[in-house]
Ligand binder design. Structure first.
Ligand code: NAG
Ligand code: NAG
Length: 429
């Protein structure tokens, strides 16, 4: 009797072991950016507001929610991108530490993981030193963790040149760039991120301005903190169509140099997709090898696709055209890559959001088992018409043209979703 019980327990152990060994990225992950540029200004606080949306987001099939940078920020950086006292989560415009923990717990209870926005390229100081320069940093704890001085700032930072090592990446103007080659910086930031995991409940990271330091630095923070999911903001400044092919290669190189497990936002897919839709030149969605032209065409398992975010959309630095947004979602939610959905599109666009159609696309993705590395076969990519088969199970069409569609779609496929200039078919059971 005793022996038999042991056997069952062993079986369970093996099953659990097996389940935990399945790599994170095999499932149909769908990210959600849970804020926009104005969210800090929400009456009653953003965390308290977003918690009311947890059931809807979980029901829609969202697996990971990206939350804004949670720490205290200096000056008027209300959105969180000029952080100072990193351990102080009570001085954020989005809400306090208890409200944040409650929100994360509410998502967890529904099986959804939260991703913290990690702003570590630069940091704002608390006080000026004896020469009047703002270089005295405070961590927000009673001890000296993250209490730094000028020696933690890169020597070539502008305007405050520190006495640390040269920056390993691009510079940021509004706050001092931190010297990530300093072992104390590495240890204290890793400890802080691990605290965000163990004490606050975050499961992973969205690295802000990942080009601000070398990919080896990202690799080190990922190794030290073992996130369930990590994505870097690899955003190059030139938005012209001609540059996107170079950029996707540089993004792939960054992913590899950062250890190969981390993912990157697929800015090239966003740029090419929106240009193709605006110009009606859907041939742009076929690269010279007959594949997808963005990072998803080269390294789909590490590419996080998106339509707009708090910068490109909210601040209109590179916005998708409103009436093309749904076609954009048809593309990213049926195609390889790890798709993400922006708050504004889901809840606010066209009075009431695109929630219903976006949720249906997520359901199609999930019931057909479309994965980041699913196969893509482009059936048509020409002026006004793009049609592609994913895993030979789902066919997606975008663009105004209707001719040719009948001849391209096999008889054993049926329409499961259609709208203005788009349609999706599924293989009949
Ligand atoms: C923030 O508030 C929480 C809950 O009241 C408290 O435990 C924590 O120590 C506070 N943090 C700071 C930096 O004051
Ligand atoms: C995609 O582009 C390649 C290379 O130009 C071409 O050979 C192929 O026919 C194109 N595919 C479609 C569906 O147009």
């Amino acid at each position: 009797m005793k022996k038999m019980k042991m056997g069952i327990t062993n079986c369970l152990c093996y099953l659990l072991l097996f389940l935990t060994l399945i790599p994170n990225f095999t499932a149909s992950q769908v990210l959600f950016q849970g804020f926009n540029w104005a969210s800090w200004n929400k009456d009653g606080g953003w965390y308290n507001f977003l918690i009311t949306k947890v059931p809807e987001l979980a029901d829609a099939g969202i697996t990971h929610v990206w939350l804004p940078p949670p720490s205290q920020t200096q000056r008027d950086g209300y959105q969180g991108y000029l952080p100072g006292r990193l351990y102080d989560l009570n001085a954020s415009k989005y809400g306090n530490q208890d409200e944040l923990k409650k929100l994360i717990k509410a998502f967890q209870d529904k099986g959804v993981k939260c991703i913290s926005d990690i702003v570590i390229n630069h940091r704002t100081a608390e006080k000026a030193d004896s020469s009047g320069l703002m270089t005295i940093f405070e961590g927000g704890t009673p001890d000296d963790r993250l209490d730094w001085d000028r020696s933690f700032i890169c020597v070539n930072d502008k305007p405050i040149s520190g006495t640390g090592n040269p920056d390993t990446g691009g510079g940021f103007v509004d706050a001092p760039d931190i010297d990530h080659t300093n072992p104390r910086v590495q240890k204290e930031l890793s400890d802080w991120m691990n605290w965000l995991k163990t004490d606050i409940g975050f499961a992973g990271w969205r690295f802000d301005f990942s080009l601000g330091y070398s990919p080896a630095i990202t690799r080190m923070y990922v190794a030290n903190t073992k996130p369930n999911f990590a994505v870097g903001e690899i955003w190059y400044s030139d938005h012209s169509l001609e540059k996107q092919d170079d950029y996707r290669r540089q993004t792939v190189k960054w992913i590899e140099d950062a250890g190969g497990e981390v993912t990157a936002f697929d800015f090239p897919t966003k740029g090419i997709l929106q240009a193709a839709l605006v110009q009606g030149q859907l041939s742009l969605l076929n690269d010279s090898n007959g594949g997808a032209p963005g990072v998803i065409g080269l390294k789909p398992g590490n590419a996080v696709t998106f339509i707009d975010n708090h910068d490109t959309g909210s601040q209109k630095t590179w916005p998708f055209q409103d009436d093309k947004v749904m076609q954009g979602y048809v593309y990213i939610l049926t195609h390889p890559g790890i798709p993400s959905v922006f708050y504004d599109h889901f809840f606010e666009f066209f009075n009431g959001g695109l929630k219903s159609h976006i949720s249906q696309l997520i359901a199609i993705r999930s019931r057909n088992g479309i994965k980041p590395t699913s196969s893509l076969r482009i059936l048509a990519a020409e002026t006004g018409l793009y049609v592609a088969a994913i895993d030979e199970k789902v066919i997606a069409k975008i663009g105004p043209r209707e001719d040719k569609v009948a001849e391209l779609i096999p008889a054993n496929f049926q329409v499961v979703l259609s709208g203005d200039q788009y349609a999706v078919w599924e293989k009949k059971a």
